[in-house]
Design a protein around this ligand. Sequence first.
Ligand SMILES: Cc1cc2nc3c(=O)[nH]c(=O)nc-3n(C[C@H](O)[C@H](O)[C@H](O)COP(=O)(O)O)c2cc1C
Length: 451
Amino acid sequence: MSERILVLDALDSQSEAAQSLRTNLRNSLAKRSSDIDWVDVSRSALVPCIGCFDCFRTTPGECRFRKDDGNYLLAKLAGCDTVIRLSGISFGGYNSSMKLVLDRSVPFVLPFFEIVNGDTHHVPRYEKRPRAVSIGLATESGAREAELFRTIAARNALNKASPSYAATVIYCGENPENMARKIEDVLTRNDKPVDISTLERLVPAPSFVGGPAPKRALLLSASQKTLSTSSSERICRALMHHLKAAGTDCELLTLNASVFSDKGRERFLAQVEQADLMVMAFPLFVDALPSMPTRVLEMLAEYLPQNSAAPKKRFAVVVNCGFPEAHQNAPAAAICAHFAEKIGWDWAGALLVGGGEGVVCGKEITTNIAKAHPPFAKVARALALMGEALAHGVPVPDSLGALMAEAPLPIPFSWWRKLYLTMGDWGFRKTARAGGVSKKQLYARPYAPKN
Ligand SMILES: Cc1cc2nc3c(=O)[nH]c(=O)nc-3n(C[C@H](O)[C@H](O)[C@H](O)COP(=O)(O)O)c2cc1C
């Protein structure tokens, strides 16, 4: 039987480089005995994932949004032998169009956890998963951006339990022979998993040591949750409290789709222009920023006036993730640092929060540190220290990295991880049962190929 290849084309462009890449890939695929399904992602109607986890516990394996193209894409993914992700590169990660598709592929895993290659990941839902090939198109050559793109592809392969993966970066303006060679190579090569000890090194040190205190901060809560208060929102509120207490004028904005309308964009750009410090808090989605904050960064890079009279901005982020290891957030923070560098802002550092569903969980974060209790105290303390530093014109303290790597209870990290994962498994089963979903139904494989 011929190999079934699904090409997800999110190049979003008819540029010469994009067309040449498509032609090269088509030529390479034509030489193989394969059955090719080429999907233009920009034509797919997809609602951004709202992080409700219905696909884990209410309609196992299926998204709550049934009227768009999400479930149709999941069926294609479950039925192919190889998925080729063809995407523009945004600051080292996939562009927002590809991110939208990736975020919506979470029903492809089970809610339960396992440790793979030293880190927590979800147990795969399907027995057969496709090999993953990622081809990124970068506007300019850059070793750091390429390394980041390949790292994210490697992390995704673990997250989606791909049997094998390979990733490559093509530059606009790359000579045709090079492009053809890279494509031939990535189609057959197997790349290795990345060593988890290298992840945090992806995040560069802040680009300044200290300076004048910021006058005005914009806090952007960039979770996509719409049904409950997000941990990102709670993080922004706590941070805002500490910044205000130290004398910084603050504005809090909760991201929603209106920011992308003409009017919304204008308003948002004006808010950004007025601030000299921007802090964005967001959840980790499939090893990177969710599609909406990715689109925000793309929009800022495209529309912010290049020679603005406004003072140079500082940019800091707080990334929180579901898995207990804080370092899983490092590639996402590295994307944000790369964005800052590209746009000419000062990179002010990142706070990486592991186990966000346990240590924040959408609950109010106390700003009275003396009264904070484990396991919530660690994040509360880190946000107080981060807010104080930023308010005084200093980047996020380096020491917070070591603090966030520790367990939030006075026990070894390995014990905390076991406890967290056991509680997580139990919580998913309990809420599923309460909603009338049996243990067996949680393992449903709605898109398993019939033959
Ligand atoms: C689509 C999707 C993808 C996710 N991917 C990851 C991931 O790759 N790694 C991880 O640790 N957590 C992942 N999570 C979990 C979220 O990061 C976690 O639930 C977070 O605490 C949500 O934060 P918020 O309340 O600010 O939205 C994912 C969640 C969703 C819905």
